[in-house]
Write a protein that binds this ligand. Structure first.
Ligand code: GLN
Length: 453
């Protein structure tokens, strides 16, 4: 049934880059066979899921939504996807995303943008599904996949979840292996689940997380039984409300949903504490130095030799091939990030930009450490607005970057953070609330998420 729904919705939503109905059916058949043989079933036995096309999948085209990887079929499987298949999940297909996960609206994909299943009442303008995990958010929100994988470097799980009314969690940096995930900014990239509710996220995260010797930043810690310990009871818990997130001119609907969230957590027994995260306003500029810097280094590997596209003009030498391949293969946003990253890492400007940004990153992490001496979790909006229309922000990169203002601080600090659906704004579009937790305290984040649900 999900395979049929995927096929039926593809024309309208463009959520998938390739579909793999046979893989979903194989997983279902395996459940039947295992059950008949009396074998134990995995935690996600027979559950068909969408896989963000940033995860390498053996023998199945993996593009990061870029022309430069078109036709690339990896000879290996990412650790996270392998864990999901081991737990019995089946793959519906590879989900569309912003190119190399750079973007907040899915409009940077080389395979056409994803279209949100949501519309404003009496308005046919197609809306952004959020990004970069916009195929994931759309597939789950449109009910064509029960769950999907996402990755979050500066908000790419949380913001699309908020835009489409679903749940998604970015765990603590290091919880999910980055092995076999196309790298964007390696010190920030984290995989996580996107699903209809907090419980499904908890179950799926248990499967995705875990130590992996193949990723040097993988956390060597056991995976807790998050789903078994879920509780929406907030008695005795302190919830921090960061003063600096209350921006001047904040969207009144977003402010109201934040207040609603505060009231819901109070009802669940929590004590509300105003806190300060004084360096918040420097998070966005620091992120847009550090992420492009790492991206410019990571993307050096796409040289026309090792993967996918090769553009070899007649009589060209090696340098010409590099240049032609990269010019043809990377989209404009990716090129912009490579330029910014190369600039901030260049000898003359390294100290002025990159070193400064790293110092700011440390201050932001310290803000959170201090706040978590007073509170158990932090509650904030996920994004400064509900979904915007496709095309509304794509002409102005800065405008697009501003959409990440609430999501990048937790990314820079490596903390677990979740977006949960928090009702609709006055134009009838979903809003999300964000719970940020202490390092390794996914349980606290999930529990507060459940209390908000
Ligand atoms: N929107 C942010 C960016 O463009 C975050 C992307 C992400 O988390 N992958 O960098």
């Amino acid at each position: 049934a999900f395979n049929a729904a995927v096929a039926e919705a593809q024309g309208a939503l463009n959520a998938f880059i390739v579909t793999t109905p046979e893989k979903a059916l194989d997983a279902a058949a395996k459940v039947d066979a295992d059950r008949a043989a009396g074998k134990p079933l995995g935690k996600m036995a027979g559950v068909p899921i969408g896989m963000k096309d940033l995860f390498a999948t053996h023998g199945v085209q993996t593009t990061a939504a870029s022309k430069i990887l078109e036709g690339f079929k990896p000879q290996y499987e990412s650790t996270v996807s392998a864990k999901l298949w081991d737990a019995g999940a089946g793959m519906l297909g590879k989900l569309n995303l912003d190119q190399f996960a750079m973007g907040s609206s899915n409009e940077t994909s080389a395979f056409g943008n994803v279209i949100s299943p949501w519309r404003r009442p009496n308005d046919t303008a197609p809306l952004a599904p959020g990004g970069s995990s916009g195929g994931s958010s759309t597939a789950v929100a449109a009910r064509i996949a029960p769950a999907a994988t996402g990755t979050d470097t500066g908000g790419s799980i949380r913001q699309p979840a908020a835009f489409t009314g679903i749940a998604g969690i970015k765990p603590t940096y290091g919880r999910c292996s980055r092995w076999g995930v196309v790298a964007f900014a390696s010190s920030l990239d984290q995989a996580g689940p996107m699903a209809r509710d907090v419980t499904d996220c908890a179950i799926m995260l248990e499967v995705m997380a875990g130590f992996d010797p193949k990723d040097s930043t993988s956390l060597d810690m056991p995976v807790p039984a998050w789903s078994a310990n879920l509780s929406g009871d907030m008695k005795g818990k302190k919830v921090g409300i960061p003063r600096e997130y209350r921006l001047d001119g904040m969207d009144p609907d977003v402010a109201k949903s934040w207040d609603d969230g505060i009231a819901w957590l109070k009802d669940a027994g929590a004590e509300i504490v105003e806190i300060s995260l004084p360096h918040t306003k420097y998070a966005l500029p620091a992120y847009y130095i550090i992420a492009p810097a790492e991206a410019s280094s990571n993307l050096a590997r796409y040289d026309g030799v090792r993967y996918g596209l090769r553009d070899l003009p007649d009589g060209a030498g090696l340098q010409d091939m590099y240049a032609a391949t990269r010019a043809a293969g990377f989209g404009p946003e990716v090129k912009r990030r490579i330029m910014i990253g190369t600039y901030v890492l260049s000898a003359g400007f390294y100290d002025a930009y990159y070193t400064q940004a790293q110092k700011v990153r440390a201050l932001i992490a310290r803000d959170f450490t201090r706040a978590f001496e007073q509170v158990d979790v932090i509650l904030a909006p996920t994004a400064p607005s509900s979904a915007f229309a496709l095309g509304e922000k794509s002409a102005d990169p800065l405008e697009m970057y501003l959409n990440d203002v609430f999501s990048v601080p937790a990314s820079l600090a490596g903390l677990p953070a979740m977006s949960v659906p928090a009702g609709l704004d006055r134009s009838g579009l979903p809003l999300g609330l964000q719970v940020i937790g202490k390092a390794f305290d996914e349980q606290g984040v999930l529990n507060a998420g459940l209390a908000l649900e």
